[in-house]
Design a binder for this molecule. Structure first.
Ligand SMILES: [Zn+2]
Length: 371
């Protein structure tokens, strides 16, 4: 094996049959090697990273090596399959529990360069704002914190309700406490390295609303070029999306205008929905599934990928909470795609070129400052 390369971390090497080995189990990258000698099988199996009880890698046995020419052929096959990556540095920084050890194998596997530690470092630097921290928003925030997001900003003074208690979020002891303070305490308990205040413009803002999204609530984010994810809790489902990178993706208003095209009465109905005042209940299962799916969208963007909801909304329906995709497209009347230049697909989010300053959005009649 070339000195600087190694098999992707967490890749399994499995014996399928005499002379046949499978490397990896995910169909996106797994390969089968056939026509192997018994010695080659053993050597390939020795490449699988192994760790002792203390988490330290175990040494492989050098005397298992096949002849150099044959070894070179096998390594070339592995490299062509994208299964060899550069060795990563030992030092790693994550604000997630256990220094991000649970996230690292998956990030190693899904990244083209196998450098999951870089994704963890990016998450540790990221700032995410959450507006609308009820049952869903609190679960979302704790999920992001445990996944290694370093700063989560969520200032809300409305009290926690008993119906806000849920998976990974608020507890009964929090009922009556200001939501922002209660959430900060919970985040500190699950990920002590997380900070809950930042003078920086967030990389992503998540806005949780009820009944109908209000494009005016995210107008400043669109104008400032801040990526944001809309989540709407409706009668018996939750809509996650669109994820908007201003200037690139269909925005909340685009989606609203498309709906008006289909139903001319939608604007007046939407107005009534937005004006409604109520407790804003959030079903337990829909909230936890939506929080997880939404966290995946935010993390994909932070990790440098294009979230699926950049071109679709995910509708999570009661009772079984199986998400379904509904595609989104820009609306010609909106004009949001003519906004300021935004980073190209796949590049890190809005950190570059934005001076730190506060951004504000409205939610449920409250005015909430982000950043
Ligand atoms: Zn638009």
């Amino acid at each position: 094996m070339p000195h600087a390369l190694t098999l992707r971390p967490a890749t399994r090497v499995l014996r399928r049959a005499p002379g046949e080995v499978q490397i990896g189990t995910d169909p996106r990258w797994a390969v089968r090697l056939v026509g192997l000698s018994a010695a080659e099988e053993r050597w390939l199996q020795s490449l699988e990273p192994r760790f002792g009880a203390d988490g330290a890698p175990c040494a492989t046995t050098a005397d298992l090596r096949p002849p150099a020419q044959r070894r070179g052929t096998l390594l070339r096959l592995l490299e062509e399959a994208g299964l060899l990556v550069r060795r990563r540095p030992r030092r790693r920084v994550s604000t997630g529990p256990g220094n991000g050890d649970a996230e690292l194998p998956v990030l190693d596997a899904v990244r083209h360069d196998g450098a999951g530690h870089r994704a963890l470092a990016g998450r540790a630097r990221a700032v995410v704002g959450v507006v609308g921290i009820g049952r869903l928003g609190a679960t979302l925030a704790t999920t992001l914190a445990t996944a290694g997001v370093g700063t989560i900003v969520a200032h809300e003074t409305a009290p926690v309700l008993a119906t806000d208690v849920g998976l990974g979020g608020f507890r009964l002891r929090d009922v009556g406490a200001p939501r922002g303070l209660a959430l900060a305490r919970i985040l500190g308990e699950v990920a002590p390295g997380v900070t809950t205040a930042s003078g920086r413009v967030p990389d992503v803002v998540v806005v949780v609303e009820h009944d109908a999204a209000d494009p005016d609530r995210v107008r400043e984010l669109v104008g400032d070029g801040v990526a944001h994810l809309s989540i709407v809790v409706r009668e018996a489902d939750v809509v996650v999306g669109p994820f908007v990178r201003p200037g690139l993706d269909p925005c909340v208003r685009c989606v609203d205008l498309r709906r008006r095209d289909v139903d001319p009465c939608w604007p007046q109905m939407a107005r009534q929905l937005r004006d409604a005042v109520g407790p804003g209940y959030e079903d337990a299962v829909l909230s936890s599934v939506a929080a997880s799916v939404a966290s995946g969208q935010v993390l994909a963007a932070i990790d440098g990928d294009v979230p699926r909801t950049a071109t679709a909304c995910l509708e999570i329906l009661a009772p079984d909470a199986v998400p379904r995709l509904r595609g989104t497209t820009s609306h010609p009347e909106c004009g949001c795609t003519e906004l300021r230049g935004a980073p190209p697909d796949g590049t890190p989010l809005v950190r570059a070129g934005l001076a730190p300053r506060a951004t504000s959005t409205r939610t449920s009649g409250d005015r909430t400052r982000i950043g």
